[in-house]
Design a protein around this ligand. Structure first.
Ligand code: ATP
Ligand code: MG
Length: 564
């Protein structure tokens, strides 16, 4: 498709506009080559998904490659575990990187040689200011910095010192290599930025081969250049680093010049996305791990029951802009809900059971009723629903002293059991403490199939139920937002104070329809009137475990805004 055709066919975003223009001008021979560059210091989250969809998506759209590059320049915080997890998450989202996986650490030697070249050209020097002095010399936003006293070392001296740094002969923090740019530059990033620091930590991939590690800005643009990246897409906070990105490409005379383009990162309310915070949540056991379904991680959302398609659709809908904003969790949830509504089979489940005895139904008999698996999709077939003398209904669907207009079950009242009959509540049985433990009801056998016989008043309430004898006992985990304020990091107290104590409620005594027998891990279901659920990995032969993926309606909005 030509740029022009594309303009007519697709709404696109500002990055499309940039790329279309580049292609029209024949820049990079019209090629598009992107990369996704995670640092392997944590698991991927929904913000990364946005970047993945953007980078892999653009490559797909323009028929170019997208690299996966691990930006592994901080040995202390990076782990092989994270590398493996990131690979898995990208594949699960439905993307494939081109060729071999790249690692910034693969370029350590090449970067080192370019640094030596800069030293020889007199545009890099070894500096021995302490970190405090370095800060002091840097100046402020309104005042220029001062030249380091080590700035005018000869290339010869710099080379010797830099080689010593590399060989491990200098202590951590005693020396750094800096680019010689301009200490009075209005952009602070250009005030002789650090290129290398000494770290005597072993690296997950290069072991103890290196005692010096390159800084992000120095590494990133050059890695982009080595790989032939054309459009290097990153988040807005790097906008002020772009002049440095370009400076390094120029200073090293590398033949290929990629272009950095910034977009606004994804922020979501009621959660946190900083990796440091996510690590803290896991390590301090505020959640049950990186894959806890309350986490904004890809692996958490996966366990929660979000599909890759829903996540991609969400990323698509929120769009790509240059303006920071915060997307509501409700937006994400409504995309998930739409996706699940399409595909999920239906079943009934009772999470807080009260036993109901149908006194006029024969003991031991099982009447096989049936219902469509999906109300709008006949082709998905039907399921069998056994009706028996003992059934369960949800505690929420019974009220001893109902207010006016209550259509569910109450003493002497009637309700329709979904796909079954109308029952009348004749007697309420309580335990010693006055808790309702059983309802004795009678059913009207003429009300099957949704019928209301002549002369009978139509029953307004319909509730779900399951047979007490022909059902599966299971554990249901009700997940909700992890925090109870929209912006836990911007609130008054420490963010941990805002963890929602009801973000996980476990119902150990739930009963689900027999049609869920043999449900597989990850399988989705809508428990009618209750929500969308999926089968959790913790499921065993003895214990069927469901996770609530999302409620049927946006209950949160209702509770917390007092409206609607
Ligand atoms: P943190 O600062 O929490 O460590 P990070 O942004 O540094 O996170 P990286 O692993 O470096 O994490 O990110 C890999 C890529 O994902 C980068 O290109 C980054 O810009 C992008 N990215 C990270 N977070 C978001 C976000 N919230 N929205 C969009 N893109 C993001
Ligand atoms: Mg980063």
């Amino acid at each position: 498709m030509s740029a022009e055709e594309k303009e007519n066919n697709k709404p696109g975003h500002f990055i499309n506009t940039i790329i279309d223009k580049d292609r029209a001008n024949g820049k990079h021979g019209g090629k598009v080559h992107t990369r996704f560059p995670p640092e392997p210091n944590g698991y991927l989250h929904i913000g990364h998904a946005k970047s993945i969809c953007l980078n892999f998506g653009l490559a797909e759209e323009y028929g170019g490659p997208c690299n996966l590059r691990f930006d592994d320049t901080n040995p202390e915080t990076e782990k092989m575990e994270y590398i493996e997890a990131i690979k898995k998450d990208i594949k699960w989202l439905g993307f494939n990187w081109s060729g071999e996986i790249c690692y910034s650490s693969d370029y350590f030697q090449k970067l080192y040689e370019l640094a030596l070249q800069m030293i020889d050209e007199g545009i890099a020097y070894v500096c021995e200011l302490t970190p405090e002095q370095t800060r002091e010399y840097r100046g402020t936003l309104t005042e220029p910095g001062k030249n380091s006293p080590f700035r005018d070392r000869t290339p010869q001296e710099n080379r010797e010192l830099f080689e010593k740094m590399k060989a491990g002969e200098v202590e951590e923090g005693k020396m750094v290599l800096r680019a010689k740019i301009d200490m009075s530059a209005s952009n602070i990033n250009l005030r002789d930025p650090i290129m290398y620091r000494i770290k005597k930590a072993p690296h997950p991939r290069t072991g103890s081969a290196w005692n010096i590690y390159p800084m992000y800005d120095w590494t990133h643009g050059l890695s982009d250049s080595f790989e032939g990246i054309t459009h290097s897409i990153c988040t807005l906070e790097f906008q002020d680093h772009r002049p440095l990105y370009d400076w390094y490409l120029e200073a090293t005379h590398v033949p290929h010049r990629p272009q950095q383009i910034e977009f606004a990162r994804l922020n979501l309310d009621y959660t946190v996305m900083s990796k440091r915070k996510l690590i803290q949540l896991v390590e301090d056991k505020h959640v049950h791990g990186w894959d806890d379904p309350r986490m904004p991680t890809i692996i958490g959302m996966r366990r929660r029951g979000y599909s890759p398609k829903a996540i991609r659709e969400f990323c698509d809908r929120i769009g790509v802009t240059k303006k920071d904003s915060c997307i509501t969790m409700s937006t994400l949830e409504s995309v998930v809900r739409e996706d699940l509504d399409e595909t999920s089979p239906r079943a009934m489940a009772v999470l807080d059971p009260i036993k109901v005895t149908i006194t006029n139904f024969p003991e031991g008999e099982v009447e096989k009723l049936s219902a469509q698996i999906h109300p709008k999709k006949e082709e998905m077939g039907r399921r069998e629903i056994p009706f028996t003398k003992d059934i369960y209904i949800d505690r929420e669907d019974f009220m001893e002293n109902p207010p006016k207009g209550y259509f569910r079950l109450s003493p002497g009242g009637q309700v329709r059991l979904r796909y079954a009959y109308v029952i009348t509540c004749d007697e309420v049985i309580k335990d010693d403490q006055g808790h309702v433990v059983e309802l004795k009801c009678t059913y009207n056998s003429d009300t099957g199939g949704g019928k209301t016989p002549e002369g009978m008043k139509k029953v307004k309430g319909i509730i779900h139920w399951v047979s007490a004898t022909e059902s599966l006992k299971s554990e249901v985990r009700l997940y909700d937002r992890l925090f109870n304020v929209p912006n836990p990091l911007g609130a008054e107290k420490d963010y941990l104070e805002y963890i929602n104590p009801e973000s996980l409620i476990v119902k150990k005594n739930a009963y689900v329809e027999l049609s869920m027998h043999g449900a597989l891990m990850g399988e989705h279901v809508q428990f009618e009137r209750v929500g969308f659920f999926c089968v959790d990995y913790d499921t065993t032969e003895e214990n069927l475990v469901f996770n609530r993926t999302v409620t049927l309606k946006d209950a949160w909005l209702k509770q917390n805004s007092g409206k609607s």
